[in-house]
Design a protein around this ligand. Sequence first.
Ligand code: NAD
Length: 284
Amino acid sequence: MNTETTIKSITNLQGTWELRNGYKMPYLGLGVWKAEDGEEVINAVKWAIEAGYRHIDTAKAYDNEEGVGKGIKDSGVAREELFITSKLWNNDQGYESTLKAFDKTLQRLDTDYLDLYLIHWPVEGKYKNTWRAMEKLYKEGKIKAIGVSNFLEHHLMDLMKDCEVKPMVDQLEFHPWLVQEDLQKFCAENDIQYEAWSPLMQGKAFENETLKEIGEKYGKTPAQVVLRWDLQNGVITIPKSTSKDHIKSNANVFDFELSEEDMQTITNLDKGRRIGPDPDNFDF
Ligand code: NAD
């Protein structure tokens, strides 16, 4: 999509972009890392769906899939209207273990399919067999779209050399300090949807003077500015919050448009600095 087409496509909280296989993914979702299983995550999911969110991002490693499933049931919104992502944890990688881990994830979420399943981290020597299991589940219709997370260009190239179905999404750390334009370009060229984790820089975005100044101009918070910058960049974003007010306000990004100049000013904040682990050097 070019910039103009992207901006036109950003309409409301239930708006979607099409993945390579035509499956529609809402471009703004709720992240639930560190939301405690039980009341905290149940409420966050319920409040988000009430506010109009249709996309929830969880993972086996977050230990809250059960609560996410309950929040979904409590919301009263039909399963088919929601987009649920989960991720396969590192110690479950491998062909048979992926199939088993996937079944357990479905049980905990109390659903019979996932919209998107991701390999959480590129565990060397394992991710190719893992991917074969993901492809099988995809072909059986148990997952509507399959993708990866924390895969850099060389991981993607290595995986795509041997796969039948190319990953449709790559979920990566992405915020004004870590833009990775080359990786974005590579994903665009290969029709892999870029998705941002820690879009709010785990809170650091709120103290950034540039984001504050731009926000004042538009009457928006730094969080709203940075989430809008994600969308105008064609990047799917999943801010995390368990506060009802923040969940609502993070979704209030559809009534303004950042100018090209402000987009560039935010991109220029890039320092190539990670908040989270390095996909080329992690030990978990
Ligand atoms: P984030 O950048 O979304 O920031 C979340 C923090 O900001 C929380 O402390 C929250 O309380 C606070 N916050 C949110 N909205 C606010 C507001 N309007 N005002 C003030 N404070 C606000 O951080 P994150 O949770 O790391 O990332 C988002 C999601 O991305 C996660 O929940 C998870 O779903 C996903 N994620 C994926 C990976 C991966 O490896 N694939 C890694 C990290 C996160």
